[in-house]
Design a binder for this molecule. Structure first.
Ligand SMILES: Cc1cc2nc3c(=O)[nH]c(=O)nc-3n(C[C@H](O)[C@H](O)[C@H](O)COP(=O)(O)OP(=O)(O)OC[C@H]3O[C@@H](n4cnc5c(N)ncnc54)[C@H](O)[C@@H]3O)c2cc1C
Length: 428
């Protein structure tokens, strides 16, 4: 979830910068191909900001808006961006390689889902391309993880500054255990190709030619799940997402109970005249998401950042595109420019300053789980903002992520119409 400083102006601002990027990119040789998930944003990695373009112009993401405004946000409403593309979030996200803490999995208290049960699967998906001193990573999987093409000097400054305030350097804060340390933050980027490493490329495109039971339907929205007489899901029905008025298509063998619909909270479904297959009252309740706030800072003109590139300085763009075309493995463009970050827990002295409300949460949730950080932070070498509204110059952006908010919300469908947005409340 993104908490944007001033949601509407920033949305407009992003829209403008993203439109500018779109216009500039028409001249480049890379082609957008949404059906495959291989968009320009997913190749030229620094363009991931484009994926946050709103107001119907960007169709790679859907933006859910909280139905309630919050007094804690000066009356504004939170925005939750979600993927709307093959490969899901992995095709449009910020590419920051991030793993949960071991205790997060263990907290499920569900047989087979503890961290130790899942570690072999976590390793199996990885093609980990960084040097490492622990045994939690895999090397033969389809998802590449690396530091990308280049590490910007501000990342090294960030690590030194972190060390100076008591956040030690670590070669891996994604080892499921480290909760207080700073690192060169790894990326879902293949260091050999300089490209985004996404689920569509890894698991769909790679088997399309050989797996004859895999059918790919893009630009289709699932309208319901089809169950057989034993309540086993056997298929889905879907409508074209660009022209939903057309008749439904069916994508399953004929089932004896093809009118049976979704699994969800029974009362709510009956209220919407949807047949209940299985009553699972917890579905859509206890919604929890991480909050992100962005702060932009001006830095000295000598600082290496993405600003001139994103601002559209022609010579800089030409140089950087050229670099990417000749040596993607070490190109600046083969990066998200989010090169360093930390996970932190408060010190004893900080806890004393933080007041009873936080301390109650700390004692209840964090104290006995030493692998849980309270906050992540990362540095972006450049302004994550609309450069047309910024004075010329260089910037950095700090991303702050509150990983375990105490608030809980709800998300529920409002109608049978698969095209209508759900009702969302992010905090209770
Ligand atoms: C802007 C953004 C930045 C992020 N940055 C990072 C990051 O840097 N690092 C990180 O680790 N995580 C990041 N995340 C989160 C991460 O991408 C998600 O947690 C992850 O992708 C979730 O995977 P998923 O498979 O559960 O769901 P998703 O990736 O959301 O996949 C769900 C898929 O289902 C499709 N879908 C939904 N409803 C229907 C329907 N009715 N019919 C047909 N298809 C449907 C969607 O289009 C989507 O393709 C980010 C997310 C966003 C949105």
């Amino acid at each position: 979830m993104l908490l944007l400083p001033e949601a509407a102006p920033l949305a407009a601002l992003l829209l403008v910068v993203l439109l500018m990027l779109t216009l500039r990119l028409r001249s480049c040789s890379l082609k957008a191909a949404p059906i495959t998930g291989t968009t320009l944003g997913s190749i030229a990695l620094v363009f991931y900001v484009r994926n946050m373009q709103r107001d119907g112009i960007n169709d790679k993401a859907t933006f859910y808006t909280d139905t309630m405004s919050s007094s804690h946000l000066r009356g504004r409403r939170s925005i939750v961006p979600c993927a709307n593309i093959l490969g899901g979030g992995s095709s449009i996200n910020f590419q920051m390689y991030t793993r949960a803490s071991a205790s997060d999995w263990d907290d499920f208290k569900s047989e087979g889902w503890a961290a130790n049960d899942l570690l072999p699967l976590m390793k199996r998906l990885e093609n980990y391309q960084k040097p490492v001193n622990n045994d939690t990573h895999g090397y033969d999987g389809p998802i590449a993880i690396s530091n990308g093409g280049q590490i910007t000097p501000v990342a090294q400054d960030f690590l030194r500054a972190s060390h100076a305030i008591g956040i030690p350097y670590s070669d891996d804060i994604q080892d499921l255990q480290t909760s207080h340390g700073a690192e060169i933050w790894a990326k879902y980027i293949n260091r050999h190709t300089g490209r985004r490493s996404d689920a569509a490329t890894a698991y769909v495109h790679s088997v399309m030619d050989t797996q004859d039971n895999l059918y790919l339907r893009c630009n289709a929205r699932v309208s319901r799940v089809i169950f057989d007489g034993n309540n086993k899901a056997v298929g889905v029905a879907y409508v074209p997402s660009r022209n939903p008025g057309r008749p439904e298509l069916w994508n399953s063998r004929h089932s004896p109970d093809s009118r049976a619909l979704r699994r969800c909270n029974a009362e709510m479904l009956r209220g919407l005249d949807i047949k209940v297959v299985s009553d699972l009252p917890g579905v859509g309740e206890e919604y929890q998401d991480h909050y992100t706030t962005l702060s932009v800072f001006r830095v000295s003109n000598e600082t290496v950042t993405t600003d001139d590139f994103l601002r559209g300085v022609k010579e800089v763009q030409q140089e950087i595109f050229q670099e990417w075309e000749t040596s993607p493995e070490k190109a600046r463009l083969s990066s998200n420019s989010i090169d360093a970050g930390f996970k932190i827990r408060p010190t004893e002295a900080e806890l004393k300053e933080m007041g009873p409300e936080f301390n109650e949460l700390w004692n209840r949730y964090f104290k006995d789980k030493p692998d849980k950080p309270v906050i992540f932070g990362s540095i972006v070498a450049g302004a994550y903002a609309d450069h047309t509204l910024l004075p010329p110059g260089k910037y950095i952006t700090m991303f702050q992520y509150l990983e375990y908010p105490a608030s809980r919300g709800k998300i529920h469908i409002k109608s049978q119409n698969p095209m209508s947005s759900p009702s969302l409340t992010v905090a209770s």
